[in-house]
Design a protein around this ligand. Structure first.
Ligand code: KHP
Length: 502
């Protein structure tokens, strides 16, 4: 049995809990759009062909922003193909995923869906095969009220009011050799700066995201951010970060410590941005848009796109099935994102439906929640107000990948209006349960309002269409408060939330 302790004090605030931290991602990839969010034949489909069951799950998940339309897809995308009368829209080769894109869903449909899902859209422009002009064109189509060719085209297509999309990604993963139109940091930095400068001529208040690295393991990581930010610093607000984790070679201990890597990644990108800031004698800070993060088993066969003459529409791609350990890691990655709320102002779980997703569907059939759905939904529901710094005293565990790591990771939030506190905690031990004590004396008189834990003796249990409910977060009856100290038992390989209130 391990023991660990935390101290919480409402005086030590990191920053606000941001709804944008709970963003997600809809890409034209596999079955995310077609038979995922859009399935006109489905019994719950609405007048636009959107699945009502999926919309309900998206709301339950508590998603803040949704990034669209890619991902690797956007680097070959012609947005004009996806607007106007459906029967006139061309089918195109999607080179990123070796698929056929029917263009049944485009920006207007996505915006209708986003409104129904009550999420903020975050749009990406194509800086792979395209450039400044096309970025300006889609911005004009989306955000200009009317009286110009493209804004009037939007109105003719049924959207009288401009969409007012605030956040725009300047391309996607342009550092990756797999990217269509892949560029060197200097080439990309230049085109991103010019696209940003021109886009701000239409709307100076846009929030612009420049591409950072596709992963911290990229050989150009660090140097890429430095060069790109040297070119773009004064024109952009965010640099993106992308990270995917998976259990490799049965090394569960390292996998459970994935958030150590995310912490380091965020600190490294922040340091690089601040170095450019200092060298350029600027005061503005660049924030991080962690706009792709998740567990992703990239080496599995279903992550490989089709090949040869086969260019299917909406093939099964990247349909990872997540187990309990994956969900614990997802919960821990959210703890890392919250802990960095002063720097990470936006984040997107990649992705939302079917493709490395918390929500799964059968074409025309059932939908269900993966294990990873639960820590996301509970964190989104209960993280309110401000993120608090927590002082952690925990034993360490030895991992092959990260050396010694703390057995416990945690963060706390507090709503200054209601006094409600939520403590999110992960026990990373693969074998031992952990007794956590939390010093909450500074909070005054509080009681445990609720405590939920996601764990299972078999951490490889995964949800399926037939059984998505055998393992769910359950009430953790061990949580008690006495003399200003909360005590709770956290099983091995578990994620928990403990809620305190008056
Ligand atoms: O590290 N890698 O090898 C790697 C490879 C591909 C990759 O693609 C990203 O992930 C895809 C799935 O979300 C998105 O379409 C794309 O932006 C992200 C990372």
């Amino acid at each position: 049995m391990l023991t660990a302790s935390l101290v919480i004090d409402p005086a030590f605030v990191v920053g606000p809990v941001r709804r944008r931290t709970f963003g997600s991602f809809v890409e034209h990839l596999g079955r995310c759009v077609y038979t995922g969010i859009h399935d006109p034949e489905h019994e719950t489909a609405d007048e636009d062909g959107f699945r009502g069951d999926v919309l309900d799950l998206v709301k339950e998940l508590g998603t803040g922003t949704v990034r669209y339309p890619g991902g690797n897809f956007v680097s070959g995308y012609r947005w004009e193909d996806g607007v106007g009368p459906r029967e006139q829209r061309p089918a195109r080769l999607d080179l990123a995923w070796h698929s056929t894109e029917p263009n049944t869903v485009g920006v207007d449909e996505f915006m209708r869906w986003a409104r129904k899902a009550d999420v903020e859209p975050m749009m990406a422009v194509n800086l792979g095969t395209r450039g400044v002009q096309e970025a300006l064109d889609i911005l004009e189509y989306c955000n200009v009220a009317g009286g110009t060719h493209l804004s009037d085209l939007r109105r003719a297509n049924g959207a009288e009011e401009p969409y007012g999309i605030r956040m725009w990604c300047l391309g996607n993963e342009m550092d990756g050799p797999w990217q269509i139109g892949h560029k060197t940091a200097h080439e990309y930095g230049r085109v991103a700066a010019e696209a940003a400068r021109a886009m701000r001529m239409i709307d100076p208040d846009l929030e612009l995201v420049v591409c950072g690295s596709s992963s911290s393991a990229m050989p150009t990581f660090g140097a890429w951010e430095a060069t790109v930010l040297e070119e773009t610093y004064e024109h952009v607000d965010y640099v993106s970060a992308h990270a995917y984790y998976s259990e490799k070679d049965g090394d569960l201990a390292s996998f459970l410590a994935s958030a150590v890597d995310m912490d380091h990644f965020i600190d490294s990108v922040s340091a690089t941005a601040d170095a450019v800031r200092a060298a350029r004698k600027l005061t503005k800070r660049i924030h991080i848009s962690f706009d792709e993060w998740n567990v992703w088993y990239q080496h599995r066969a279903e992550s490989r796109p089709p090949t040869g003459d086969d260019w299917p529409v909406a093939p099964v791609l990247l349909e990872d099935r997540y187990n309990v350990a994956d969900a614990v890691v997802v919960g821990n990655l959210l703890i890392s994102l919250l802990r960095h709320t002063d720097r990470v102002h936006s984040a997107s779980l990649a992705q939302l439906v079917n493709v490395i997703a918390p929500i799964m569907t059968e074409p025309g059939g059932r939908s269900w929640r993966q294990t990873t759905f639960h820590p996301f939904a509970l964190t989104s529901e209960h993280a309110k107000g401000e993120v608090l710094q927590v002082a952690v005293d925990a034993p360490t565990l030895e991992t092959e990948k990260f050396g010694e790591v703390a057995a416990l990771d945690a963060v706390a939030t507090r709503d200054p209006e209601t006094g409600a506190v939520a403590i999110f905690a992960v026990n990373r031990s693969t074998t031992e349960s952990l007794t956590l004590t939390v010093d909450v004396r500074s909070l005054g008189d509080v009681r445990v309002v609720g405590a939920q834990t996601l764990s299972n003796p078999d951490h490889t249990w995964a949800a399926s269409a037939d059984d998505a409910t055998s393992v769910l977060p359950v009430e953790n009856g061990t949580a008690v408060v006495s003399d200003g100290v909360v005590t709770v038992e956290l099983p091995a390989v578990s994620w928990s939330v403990v809620r305190l209130g008056a």
